[in-house]
Design a protein around this ligand. Structure first.
Ligand code: AMP
Length: 525
């Protein structure tokens, strides 16, 4: 197994990686980081979620000096990705005096110019805005040593090829170029052939894998309600012994805290624990003192427990092989287990890749509504009551009831006992699911109103692209689009509506700030 120590990184970068909670390099990082540190050009085939950002971020920060000129340039297709990549760079450079800045359309250019004037070593930007700065003379690329084309296929799909070429011409010929892309259509290959020097190819696909015969399902979840979704899934499943996987040590600690606060029997396992602490946690898990064990991949490797009923990928694994390892922890000893994966809109492509490469069939499931969860719990309690009646030996309890049974209706007595025994678990909860009501859409669809239209230069393809990028909704499932002068209507399938709503209710399309809300039926035209 590779370790971050193998890369001989400086103390400052190594410490930052540790602070981020990474335990070991992901496969794309293990192959990419040493090559980039050696000065090689790299073409990486990787989706979001594989750790590709740190695969180029770590060596770039490692090699950056404190000279206040732009030394590295990362081009990304969208402003969201630029912001996210910049966030990751900031964390990697936490202990080093290396500054990174995202620049993208839609944000005040004056603000960006001021930030650039202060001197930054790493610029992360969308092609249009980067070019804009070059033309204004506010961004100089003549000392750039490294260029990253991130999500190259997306950038080319969005028609950025000319911008990218113009930008590359502004950088020195002896720069080191890295290109990351999920797919390699001919345009991407042409781009790399023209601008890269003897690139090495790196991929996370590892060929043949034997996937255990475990039932596999996935749930589409939203990032901000991931915890609530997890709780509902756990509540609706009879998890007697489950392992929940998180990506980082920090992720494990945070999830354990959150689940404890909600009353789950849970403990965590990761590489920072001492052997004694690990042994204690494992003992609690083996003896079912806890029902849920939250762990990183590294920590879970040593686990040898036979009757794990559920493996839950709270964070998706970073490559198909780790997926296979993880789900192999359940369904042992001839018992059938269930592997559950949670996928946020951004991770959706990675999920599909894992499915493709492992050849596993994952069934899509809907996050149970609160009503479903309640019904499931009710059934569990009914069964417990029936078992207790059938098990007999109730004489002692009858004596405790004494004459309560004569004074009150026996059904009321039973209900009260159930209320006490279930300790709040069965209380009526407010349904807080998305209910968009009648939006004037055709059956099975939800119609949304967007407060901009032709006045913001929005085209149907902008809208389809934004919805599929931001909400992980396939373009072909998007229904009718009506663009008017000052507003727009769009229909999406009911099941993707919460994804679209959460992703776009306050967002930007083409740089314009937009508001999206469920349409009113009367507004139909
Ligand atoms: P990316 O594919 O770059 O979008 O990364 C997906 C997520 O994985 C980000 O939240 C990263 O911080 C996280 N990540 C990257 N590398 C590692 C690693 N080696 N171990 C754990 N988490 C990581």
């Amino acid at each position: 197994m590779a370790s971050f120590k193998d890369f001989n990184l400086s103390r400052k970068v190594q410490d930052a990686i540790n602070d981020m909670g990474f335990e070991e390099p992901s496969p794309i990082q293990a192959s990419c980081i040493p090559l980039v540190l050696e000065g090689k050009e790299v073409i990486g085939q990787a989706q979001t979620g594989t750790g590709k950002t740190a695969a180029f971020g770590v060596p770039i920060v490692e090699r950056a000096g404190t000279d206040r000129r732009v030394q590295a340039l990362v081009l990304t297709p969208t402003r969201e990705l630029a912001i996210q990549v910049a966030g990751e760079f900031r964390k990697i450079a936490k202990h080093k005096r290396v500054r990174s800045l995202p620049i993208y359309g839609g944000q005040s250019i004056v603000h960006q110019i001021r930030a650039l004037q202060q001197g930054v070593q790493i610029v992360i930007g969308t092609p249009g805005r980067v070019l804009d700065h070059i033309r204004r003379g506010t961004l100089k690329l003549n000392s750039v040593q490294m260029v990253v084309l991130d999500e190259a296929d997306e950038m080319l799909d969005m028609g950025f090829i000319e911008d990218i070429e113009s930008i590359l011409k502004e950088t020195p010929d002896d720069r080191q170029t890295l290109l990351f892309s999920a797919t390699f259509p001919s345009e991407v290959r042409r781009l790399s052939a023209r601008y890269m020097k003897k690139p090495e190819h790196v991929t996370v696909n590892r060929g043949e894998m034997t996937v255990p015969l475990t039932d596999q399902v996935y749930y589409k979840v939203l990032e901000r309600s991931k915890l609530e979704s997890l709780c509902r899934i756990v509540d609706s499943e009879e998890v007697s012994l489950g392992i929940i996987f998180c990506r980082t040590k920090r992720g494990v600690d945070e999830l354990v805290e959150a689940l404890l606060a909600r009353g789950y029997l849970v403990d965590g396992l990761h590489g920072d624990l001492s052997q004694a602490q690990r042994d204690r946690v494992m003992k609690r898990f083996r003896t079912s003192d806890i029902e849920l064990l939250v762990a990183t991949d590294v920590a879970a490797r040593g686990i040898d427990v036979d009757n794990v009923t559920h493996v839950i990928n709270y964070d998706l694994p970073q490559d198909p092989e780790s997926y296979v390892h993880r789900i192999g922890r359940t369904g042992r000893a001839g018992k059938k287990g269930l592997a559950i994966s949670l996928a946020t809109p951004r991770e959706f492509k990675l999920l599909k890749q894992i499915e493709r490469e492992t050849g596993a069939k994952m069934e899509a499931r809907e996050v149970p509504s609160l009503a479903d969860v309640a019904e499931r719990q009710a059934e569990v309690w009914r069964n417990r009551i029936i078992e207790a009646i059938q098990g007999g030996s109730l004489g002692h309890f009858r004596a405790i009831l004494g004459n309560v049974i004569d004074e009150y209706d026996p059904v009321d007595v039973a209900c009260a006992a159930l209320k006490i025994a279930s300790a709040g678990e069965l209380e009526k909860r407010e349904e807080e699911d998305y209910n968009f009501g009648d939006t004037g859409a055709k059956p099975g669809m939800v119609r949304f109103f967007i407060n901009v239209g032709r006045n913001a230069n929005i085209s149907p393809s902008d809208l389809v692209r934004t919805i599929s990028e931001e909400a992980g909704v396939p373009g072909q499932t998007i229904g009718k689009i009506d663009i008017f002068d000052r507003f727009t209507f769009v229909e999406v399938e009911q099941e993707s509506a919460p994804f679209v709503y959460e992703a776009l209710r306050k967002s930007r399309i083409n740089g314009s700030r937009v508001n999206l809300e469920p349409a009113k039926p009367r507004a139909r035209r």
